[in-house]
Design a protein around this ligand. Structure first.
Ligand SMILES: [Fe+2]
Ligand SMILES: [Fe+2]
Length: 315
C-alpha cells in the first residue's frame, strides 16, 4: 500500500524536518595550479570542467524554481525550495569565480564551453523552448514538469557525486590544492543537504514515476557527453595533450578515463559506475533521504574554509 502510494502521483510536501541553510562562501584562486592534483593533469582538467558545466544549469534551476514557487502549497517545501535556490545560486557564483579568477587567468579558454551550456539552459530549455517556440497554455504545466523532472534526475546525480567527493581522501593524499578541494567538497556537501528538494517538488507538482526512466537516460547521456566534450576542449589547449588531440568522438579520452578509474576508483569515478548509480533512482521505492547522511554533510560545511572566510568578510 505504501509502495503504491509512492508510485502514483501522490501530492506530497517536504520530506525533511531540518532547515536547509544557505551559506556564503569566498574562494581564493591565486595559488591554485592548473594541475590542482599534482602530476594528474587529466583528472585536474576533468574536474575543472565542472566549473564550466555547472553555473548555467544551476541558474536555470533557480529561474524555473522561482517561476513555480507560487504553485507550492506546502509551506515547509516552499521554505526548502527558497533555500535550495539560494544555495544553487551561490554554487553557480563560486564556480564562475573559478572560471574568471583561476582558469581564464591561466590562459585557458573557457568561453566555448560556457557558450554551449548557455545555449542549452537559456535557449533550448527556456520557458519557450529554443526561446521562440511558444508553449500553448494547457501544455505549459507539462513543459514545466518535464524540466522539473530533469532537475530531479540531475539532483540525484549531484547527490551521488557529492558523496563521492565528500568521502574522497585520495585527492588529499596526493597533495591536492586546498581551495579546489574545498570547492568540490563544499558543493558536494550542500548537494547532500538539499538532496530531497528537487524530488519533493517534482512530485508535489504532479511529476509521475514512468517519466523517470527516459529522463534518466537523457540526463546520464547528456551529462557524461557534455563533461567529456568540455574536458577535451580544455585539455586540447595543453601542449602535454597535443599529440592526443582529445575530443568527445575519439576513443582516447574514454579509454584514459576508464584506465584511471580502474587503477583506483578514488582517483575518478568510473563512467559505468556513474551510469549504475542511476538505477536506484528508477526504483519505485526511491527516497532521496536514504541516499546520504545529512550529518556528514553538515560536519564538513561547519568547517569549510570558504564558508569561514566569507563569515570573516561579513563580520
Ligand atoms: Fe549545486
Ligand atoms: Fe543541487
Amino acid at each position: 500500500m505504501k509502495l503504491l502510494s509512492r508510485i502514483k502521483n501522490s501530492k506530497i510536501g517536504s520530506s525533511i524536518q531540518y532547515s536547509i541553510k544557505p551559506r556564503k562562501v569566498k574562494f581564493e584562486w591565486k595559488d591554485t595550479p592548473i594541475d590542482w592534483i599534482p602530476n594528474q593533469p587529466f583528472i585536474s582538467y576533468f574536474i575543472n570542467e565542472i566549473n564550466m558545466i555547472l553555473p548555467a544549469g544551476e541558474f536555470w534551476f533557480c529561474r524555473l524554481y522561482n517561476k513555480v514557487l507560487p504553485q507550492i502549497t506546502d509551506e515547509k517545501l516552499k521554505e526548502d525550495v527558497r533555500a535550495f535556490i539560494r544555495q544553487e545560486a551561490m554554487h553557480a557564483q563560486a564556480h564562475n569565480s573559478a572560471n574568471k579568477e583561476y582558469l581564464t587567468i591561466r590562459n585557458i579558454d573557457v568561453e566555448r564551453n560556457l557558450k554551449l551550456m548557455d545555449l542549452l539552459f537559456t535557449k533550448v530549455l527556456a520557458d519557450k523552448p529554443l526561446t521562440f517556440i511558444p508553449v500553448p497554455g494547457p501544455l505549459e504545466h507539462q513543459w514545466d514538469l518535464f524540466r522539473l523532472g530533469i532537475i530531479a534526475t540531475v539532483e540525484h546525480m549531484t547527490c551521488v557525486l557529492g558523496k563521492y567527493v565528500l568521502y574522497n581522501k585520495k585527492w588529499e593524499e596526493l597533495g591536492a590544492d586546498a581551495n579546489m578541494l574545498d570547492l568540490v567538497k563544499w558543493h558536494g556537501a550542500e548537494e547532500i543537504e538539499h538532496r530531497t528538494v528537487a524530488f519533493d517538488l517534482y512530485r508535489h507538482l504532479g511529476g509521475g514515476y514512468i517519466s523517470r526512466y527516459y529522463q534518466s537516460l537523457l540526463v546520464i547521456a547528456a551529462v557524461i557527453g557534455l563533461w567529456v566534450d568540455g574536458a577535451a576542449h580544455i585539455m586540447r589547449q595543453d601542449p602535454r595533450f597535443a599529440d592526443k588531440k582529445p575530443a568527445l568522438y575519439k576513443p582516447w579520452i574514454w579509454r584514459e578515463w576508464v584506465r584511471i578509474a580502474q587503477t583506483d576508483n578514488r582517483l575518478m569515478p568510473h563512467p559505468l559506475w556513474l551510469v549504475s548509480q542511476q538505477l536506484g533512482y528508477l526504483m519505485p521505492w526511491y527516497d532521496p533521504v536514504h541516499e546520504a547522511k545529512t550529518e556528514d554533510a553538515i560536519a564538513y560545511l561547519d568547517k569549510s574554509p570558504a564558508a569561514k572566510r566569507a563569515l570573516l568578510k561579513v563580520a
